[in-house]
Design a protein around this ligand. Structure first.
Ligand SMILES: Nc1nc2c(ncn2[C@@H]2O[C@H](COP(=O)(O)OP(=O)(O)OP(=O)(O)O)[C@@H](O)[C@H]2O)c(=O)[nH]1
Ligand SMILES: [Mg+2]
Length: 365
């Protein structure tokens, strides 16, 4: 499954810095002037999971394949972007199909780094960007409403339903409410889905903190947390500059450095885990000598749906699954011991997969 997220925010707040940190790359232009990113840049994030190498070692695997997530770094948004200021909003098309938005907000004070409105004000800064996203959604909705209005007036039932859903969304946005704060019926959601509206997507605010607030407890992060709470979003903090440094270090050096700083997990791992929570995702594994791999699915997915992530055909051709728990192999060491202990389960098509299940799917030919 192609889990994806778009990175948004004001110019010069550290979007590209964080993009590089989480994709462990040096792709893209990172610099201290506004609009250094001029077009969308795609990247791949490897989802960190401490369990994968442990599981791989226990089954004597040749290859570890972690789960991946796609991210796109885009140019900064400013007040008026939706009417052509700055770089405009044409580039938003590149993130319209994202499952979530990562909204980077500057929470570091540093005189040398220019701020688009002069002062660091996380709540106001976040709001500026969200207003532009609202304008972008309004433009999309109004265009779509116009398109269906004629048929709706002529009595076409489907068009009437579409128009009603679009108008409900337009009214919300006109009243200053983000679409993620509105409750839509399943039928309305279905009608709105093809419009890929941005403010309806789940948002994880990334508080880009300075090295003087690695805990994320300073006033800027606090202000952002309040804003997020008010608007139905979540916050994770990360020090972009520091994490971008980690990327250049060898693994041992990085571990030592993190230990010295008292980090239990890297900002990257914390961020990904928050994104997983936000999107209702979880991980199951397949484990064998050839390959041991982490797969990302939604909480509540049944075994055939989970198998479908490996190959779409598997949903239909699913027969049953042999499943054991990651904790069981850690405790018992071998699959044989798991079987002997009666902990290898056979599950059918109604089984709901759990985070940390190790699965072997039996598929019909
Ligand atoms: N002190 C400090 N500076 C940072 C941090 N993150 C980014 N910066 C600096 O902020 C400036 C802008 O960083 P970028 O990552 O290019 O910002 P951006 O949001 O991608 O900017 P645009 O693409 O122009 O919108 C650079 O000079 C970075 O070194 C941070 O955590 N702390
Ligand atoms: Mg950039």
């Amino acid at each position: 499954m192609g889990l994806s997220a778009g990175i948004v925010g004001l110019p010069n707040v550290g979007k590209t810095t964080i993009f590089q940190a989480i994709t462990l790359s040096t792709t893209g232009e990172r610099s201290n002037y506004m609009f250094s990113t001029t077009e969308p840049v795609p990247g791949v994030v490897t989802v960190p999971d401490d369990r994968l190498p442990i599981l791989g070692a226990l089954v004597h695997t040749k290859k570890l394949v972690p789960a991946q997530m796609h991210v796109t770094d885009i140019p900064g948004l400013v007040s008026g972007s939706s009417s052509g200021e700055g770089m405009g909003i044409g580039f938003l098309g590149a993130i319209k199909e994202s499952d979530a938005l990562l909204h980077v907000v500057r929470c570091f004070d540093k005189e040398g780094v220019l701020h688009v409105s002069g002062t660091v004000d996380p709540a106001a800064d976040a709001e500026i960007v969200e207003m532009e996203l609202m304008q972008a959604d309004l433009q999309t909705l109004k265009r779509s409403a116009e398109r269906v209005a004629k048929k709706a007036r002529a009595g076409d039932a489907e068009s009437k339903l579409q128009l009603a859903a679009f108008e409900k969304a337009i009214a919300a946005l006109d009243g200053g409410t983000l679409l993620r704060q509105i409750t839509f019926t399943d039928a309305e959601k279905k009608l709105l889905y093809p419009l890929f509206l941005l403010t309806g997507k789940p948002v994880l605010f990334i508080a880009n903190v300075g090295d003087d607030d690695l805990e994320g407890s300073g006033k800027h992060v606090q202000a952002l947390r309040e804003y997020a709470k008010k608007t139905g979003a979540q916050v994770s903090h990360i020090c972009g500059d520091l994490e971008a440094e980690f990327v250049r270090m060898a693994e041992d050096e990085r571990k030592q450095f993190m230990q010295d700083l008292g980090f239990k997990e890297s900002g990257l791992a914390r961020l990904i885990h928050r994104a997983f929570d936000l999107l209702g995702l979880q991980t199951y594994f397949t484990a064998g000598e050839k390959e041991t791999r982490a797969w990302v699915i939604h909480k509540g997915d049944t075994a055939p749906v989970g198998a479908g992530v490996i190959h779409t055909d598997f949903v239909k051709k699913f027969v049953r699954a042999e499943i054991y728990r990651y904790e069981d192999i850690v405790a018992l060491k071998t699959e044989k011991a798991i079987k002997d202990a009666g902990k290898m389960r056979l599950e059918g098509k109604d089984y709901v997969l759990q985070d940390g299940d190790v699965c072997n799917f039996l598929i019909a030919n």
